[in-house]
Design a protein around this ligand. Structure first.
Ligand SMILES: Cc1cc2nc3c(=O)[nH]c(=O)nc-3n(C[C@H](O)[C@H](O)[C@H](O)COP(=O)(O)OP(=O)(O)OC[C@H]3O[C@@H](n4cnc5c(N)ncnc54)[C@H](O)[C@@H]3O)c2cc1C
Length: 520
């Protein structure tokens, strides 16, 4: 029997799946997903990721069964599984999407490549989105992205299966994979039908709130698309989202509706690949400062008390602690609040990005290594090519939660604190503390450090390093390899991923989309 194995990873769909379509065109296929214990043991893995993947696999299996086949699931290391399969029924080829994952998947792919070579199996990989493997020149990257997104989505013409050699295993529970059992109770669920539902509701309705709604954590849960976890696990293809958005933009042109919101959203779809490309081109950025001139800046000063306060949501800055509470409950935060958390960690708390990054990778349901580690470094000031961006949590609270709805929602003790002290409760005079029944240091934490002094010192240390001649000299090569280029969507505004304050309308009202379960 000649057949090909289609190996599913972070591409849990049948639609617009080039490796599957090509294998199916050539003959019978075996659709394989490997649950790798070593991958789930990595410090960036979390129970919520596995549950989302499991739901997506179940949906995928259902779709395959409707085509007369099923998904072959195996628990084990990929090389061992391939070897076992090959002994039972030798296969001609292994088809998969390219993956820009963490250091572990990189090493695993090297081992898979070696195994294929030794066993005469042709391993073919296809790009998933606009990330280019072995990119030589960043100047031509945008052209690649446009060309990929303009190609027609891949449709399956015929699909025939070989009988899976093993019965389907029981789906491992969280504990079987050795994962910490904590799961945000209000996390999003996996599976392509849910991803398609979000895409539809966003394009038809919610995108009207995108512009002006994405910065405040009050409006962002419904104003943002909420597609990130579906893009991270590939239940939707980025190309189908890009093409659907462009089709809506064309209709918006015709009807004069909501063009700016959709255009701002399109920039993010572009940035998705722009950031992942950085990790693809430089896998070491998961582990080391992108600009090595910043090595040793924060490393020797690791402060476990500061880290604990951040993780427990007890920094004493209400906006920060409320964001941590929301993240624990939902597995999601909007861009600006993610950036604020990292900025607080990197500047006043002076924490190195790597440990903070592992903690956040587990908190974010949509953990995507290429975006995540690039953003961690950018917000911590270690790329050497981005302007220092320090988010003051008191200013963020005034700008994005002026009436304190968010802070009071997530920090019940703050409900008794009067408006005027809400964002700096440590300044409350003792008689007011007594009157409202909230004692600072007992009912709510005191700030871990003095925000102004600690931030000023942190910036001075970073800028001191930046001013060194060798550090300045090394910058050009990084810009050449990783920098965004003029003309890239959104680059003229704020290419860090947020709205520019100038384009954000003044209103901070929550959009009226309360029916959606996205509304926390
Ligand atoms: C420290 C930090 C870590 C982050 N880690 C991740 C991560 O692990 N996974 C992840 O998907 N996003 C990450 N982001 C980017 C961004 O915050 C999320 O993509 C966004 O909040 C997801 O919600 P959404 O899908 O509703 O976004 P939307 O605003 O609707 O955007 C649509 C899609 O565009 C992409 N996108 C949006 N903003 C960015 C951005 N700034 N950079 C790159 N791509 C973007 C995402 O794929 C997103 O799903 C991180 C940001 C920061 C500051």
């Amino acid at each position: 029997m000649t057949y090909r194995v289609v190996w599913f990873k972070r591409d849990l769909r049948l639609h617009d799946h080039a490796p599957l379509a090509e294998a199916a065109r050539l003959g019978p296929v075996l659709c394989l997903y490997v649950i790798e214990p070593s991958l789930w043991a990595q410090p960036d893995a979390a129970a919520q990721h596995w549950l989302f993947v499991r739901e997506s696999l179940q949906a995928l299996d259902g779709e395959l069964r409707r085509h007369g086949g099923r998904l072959q699931v195996a628990v084990g290391e990929v090389v061992d599984v391939l070897d076992r399969l090959h002994r039972i029924a030798p296969f001609l080829g292994l088809h998969a999407h390219e993956e820009t994952g963490n250091g572990h998947t990189y090493a695993r792919d090297v081992a898979v490549g070696r195994w294929c070579h030794e066993h005469g199996v042709a391993w073919q990989e296809w790009p998933q989105f606009g990330v280019v493997r072995r990119l030589r020149n960043r100047n031509v990257w945008q052209r690649h992205w446009e060309a990929f997104m303009a190609q027609p989505q891949v449709h399956l013409s015929k699909l025939s299966f070989i009988s899976p050699p093993w019965p389907a295993p029981e789906w491992p529970a969280v504990a079987d994979l050795g994962l910490n059992p904590w799961v945000p109770p209000k996390r999003q669920h996996g599976g392509r039908p849910l991803g398609l539902g979000l895409l539809h509701s966003f394009l038809q309705q919610r995108s009207a709130q995108y512009r002006g709604g994405i910065s405040s954590p009050l409006s962002a849960p419904t104003a943002c698309s909420r597609l990130s976890a579906h893009l991270a696990y590939g239940t939707l293809s980025l190309r189908e989202v890009v093409q659907a958005t462009r089709a809506h933009m064309a209709a918006a042109d015709a009807g004069g509706r909501n063009k700016q919101g959709l255009s701002a959203f399109m920039s993010r779809l572009y940035w998705h690949c722009h950031f992942i490309q950085k990790l693809e081109s430089e896998p070491a950025l998961e582990f080391c400062n992108l600009h090595r001139g910043y090595d040793g800046l924060r490393e020797p000063d690791w402060n476990p008390t500061h880290f604990d306060a951040l993780v427990q949501g007890r920094t004493g800055w209400p906006m920060v602690d409320a964001c941590v509470a929301m993240l624990r409950e939902t597995g999601w935060l909007n861009f600006r609040m993610r950036a604020m958390l990292v900025s607080v960690a990197a500047y006043p708390l002076w924490l190195h990005w790597r440990q903070v990054g592992h903690w956040l990778a587990q908190q974010f349901l949509d953990y995507e290594p290429g975006i995540h580690w690039s953003q961690l470094q950018m917000q911590s000031g270690t790329t050497g090519i981005n302007t220092t961006r320090v988010y003051n949590p008191i200013k963020q609270a005034h700008d994005h939660d002026p009436h304190g709805h968010f802070v009071r929602r997530w920090l019940p003790a703050m409900r008794r604190v009067p408006d005027s002290w809400l964002f700096e409760p440590w300044r409350m005079p003792p008689d007011i503390q007594a009157h409202c029944g909230v004692r600072v240091g007992r009912d709510i934490p005191l700030p871990v450090v003095d925000l102004e002094t600690a931030t000023r010192e942190a910036k001075a240390r970073l800028h001191g390093r930046r001013a060194q001649p060798d550090v300045r000299a090394a910058k050009a090569a990084i810009v050449d390899k990783h920098g965004s280029r003029r003309g890239m969507p959104g680059s003229q505004r704020n290419a860090q991923g947020d709205e520019s304050p100038r384009t954000r309308p003044r209103s901070n009202a929550t959009p009226p989309v309360a029916q959606l379960s996205l509304d926390f």
